[in-house]
Design a protein around this ligand. Structure first.
Ligand SMILES: Nc1ncnc2c1ncn2[C@@H]1O[C@H](COP(=O)(O)OP(=O)(O)OP(=O)(O)O)[C@@H](O)[C@H]1O
Ligand SMILES: [Mg+2]
Length: 587
């Protein structure tokens, strides 16, 4: 097998790197920052911090790392001690005397704590003096040379380290220090001290949090190309992206197992699609399942036997007269979603595994007698942990007067309309901003249909009167407001269950609708009329897209929801799929 040992170039993460570079620049200009980097195991928190560390060094800063130790035996403030030691090693004795100033005795006490027979905890009484001494020392140090402190794996931090982090951020703007913290999220078991510290730290000016998501298919492709030094066939890429869920650690481990080249230098890609789950990853999968009770795990095993999407009701086995089993299934699925193992399937009560490999792993535990419930969706994937093919392709293609649209195993035919061509154009180039003038020139599709009962053009009824009319009519506004109400409820629920992904998506939709209402109504609440050519194009394109999505909704609500969440309209329009969704559209 392959035996890849190259370190791949950093794939994707352009936005995150820009955020980190901006923070570094501020620190070099004399104003301190805190950036927390969160995400699931293997998603690239350390790697992202390493990239920043490299850039910081190139720009003349010193970088000190402190890693939290999760097992028993580490003293309090262990990560900070590592940071202090790095700084101490970088200065001579005279400079050190100047740096510690009046706080020498506290620092000596801190360093002494690392000794083998020192007490393992910092007493609350001595805490403040110690914190103050550390802050004083690091401040003095950073006046000589800007400092980047990277505290790794804060989900394992001792409470004193987290308190010091909070203490440190209170006056961070006056420091020349960039503090980076990484931690796993969702973290299990939940670390309350960490949650509290994050909430407090985020209140301070200069604090920011970055949540790393999975790599998109394109980003996975560039990571694999850089690892293997050659292109991966598209079909295999799709399979790997689907099985790994776009997690870089999983991608790297799978790449290690890919077949070697033969004598003629070509790879036998064919055998690569059904590679077993690498041993190292089984360990990671198990770690992620650890917080689940035996009963909840059994529910997930049942879910793993259903391929693709499943519904909560598919997992209730007995007749369940008391409803107990139903409650247990609900609780198990909610917990698994919070842990990031499951994602919503788009409709209430439906789910899918965030990572196909997790489903494969769990399905291996299923007794032979356990069979999947009849499923209306994709049945192309083999069962019993041998799934090697990603779900049915996603299609968005015009065929004469109709569009064929396939998403997650459901295929629909929709009558042509302009908005569908705009949507297709955006799907063709995910993450690329497209100016409305480009879309206007597409010139596809007929005008919107006429409502048989009233003879009124549907688009006019719902969205206003032609080019120089009112941007949104009363009926459309009422519909937007109802949807906003629903979304606020969803947001509340997502925040209560710490479902950051869903909360973010909901906020994005709220922002979009609010923006539409505001721009339709103007500041004084009176309806605004359409102005310049660009503005007119924006309004027309938005209407056409919204109408197209409404039509898609009628035949495939799940796709409708996905597109509403991921298509941004405005003067620039863009399709920004989240990496978890299959985006390899056949257009
Ligand atoms: N964007 C990326 N491009 C290329 N390789 C990456 C990327 N992100 C991570 N990797 C690689 O994937 C592997 C896992 O990344 P990393 O160790 O940074 O994950 P992590 O989020 O810190 O995980 P953990 O929670 O276990 O600490 C590493 O080999 C890393 O170099
Ligand atoms: Mg890490």
């Amino acid at each position: 097998m392959g035996g890849v040992t190259r370190r791949p170039e950093l794939a994707g993460r352009a936005r995150e790197r820009t955020q980190l570079q901006a923070a570094l620049q501020e620190v070099l200009n004399g104003s301190g920052r805190l950036i927390l980097i969160a995400g699931e195991p293997g998603i690239g928190k350390t790697r992202t911090a390493e990239e920043l560390a490299r850039e910081a060094r190139e720009r003349g800063a010193n970088v000190a790392w402190g890693r939290c130790w999760g097992e028993a035996g580490a003293p309090d403030l262990w990560p900070w001690m590592q940071v202090i030691r790095t700084c101490l090693r970088a200065v001579d004795e005279d400079t050190l005397r100047q740096l510690v100033g009046p706080h020498g005795s506290e620092l000596t006490a801190l360093v002494a704590l690392t000794g083998s027979d020192a007490p393992a905890t910092v007493s609350p009484a001595s805490r403040f003096r110690l914190f103050n001494a550390i802050a004083h020392f690091l401040d003095a140090y950073s006046l000589r040379v800007p400092l980047v402190i990277i505290l790794e794996d804060l989900h394992r931090a001792d409470p004193s380290s987290l308190l010091l982090l909070q203490f440190f951020t209170q006056e961070q703007r006056q420091r020349r220090i960039l503090l980076i913290g990484t931690y796993r999220e969702p973290n299990a078991p939940p670390n309350r001290a960490l949650t509290q510290a994050v909430i407090e730290a985020m209140r301070e000016s200069g604090s920011e949090r970055i949540t790393l998501g999975s790599l998109s298919e394109n980003e996975s492709e560039s990571m694999l190309r850089s690892l293997l030094d050659e292109e991966v066939p598209p079909e295999l890429l799709r399979t790997l992206h689907w099985r790994t869920g776009g997690n870089p650690l999983f991608l790297a481990e799978c790449a290690r197992l890919l077949p070697d080249r033969d004598e003629r230098g070509t790879r036998l890609w064919k055998s690569a699609a059904d590679l077993p789950i690498p041993a190292e990853l089984r360990e990671v999968l198990e770690q992620r399942l650890e917080p689940l009770s035996g009963e909840h795990r059994a529910v997930l095993v049942r879910a793993a036997v259903c391929d693709g999407h499943f519904h909560a009701r598919d997992l209730v086995t007995a007749t369940d007269p008391t409803g107990d089993e139903q409650s247990q299934v609900k609780a198990a699925l909610a917990e698994a979603e919070t842990l990031g193992l499951l994602r919503s399937g788009g409709t209430p009560g439906s789910f899918r595994f965030a990572q196909e490999m997790m489903r494969e792993w769990l399905s291996g535990e299923a007794p032979a007698t356990l069979t999947p419930p009849p499923s209306p969706v994709d049945t192309t994937v083999a069962l019993e942990g041998k799934a090697v093919r990603p779900p049915a392709p996603t299609i968005f293609r015009r065929e004469g007067e109709y569009w064929t649209i396939a998403f997650r195993g459901q295929t629909s035919r929709i009558k042509d309309a302009k908005g569908l061509a705009y949507v297709s154009f955006l799907l063709r180039q995910p993450h690329v901003e497209v100016h409305v003038s480009e879309l206007v020139n597409l010139g596809a599709g007929p005008a919107d249909p006429v409502d048989d009962r009233t003879g009124i053009e549907l688009g006019t009824l719902r969205f206003g009167l032609g080019d120089s009319g009112v941007v949104l009519d009363a009926q459309a506004k009422a519909a937007y407001r109802t949807r906003l109400e629903e979304l606020r409820g969803e947001l509340f629920e997502a925040e209560t269950f710490h479902d950051t992904g869903r909360a973010e998506r909901t906020r994005a939709e709220i922002d979009f609708l609010t923006q539409e209402l505001v721009s339709a109504t103007g500041l004084g609440g009176r309806d605004r009329r359409v102005g310049s050519d660009t503005e007119r194009a924006r309004v027309n394109i938005t209407r056409a897209i919204v109408r197209a999505l409404a039509r898609i909704d009628e035949s495939d609500p799940e796709l409708g929801r996905h597109l509403r969440r991921t298509i941004k309209t405005g003067i620039f329009c863009m399709y920004t799929p989240d990496a978890s969704v299959e985006t390899n559209w056949e257009l």
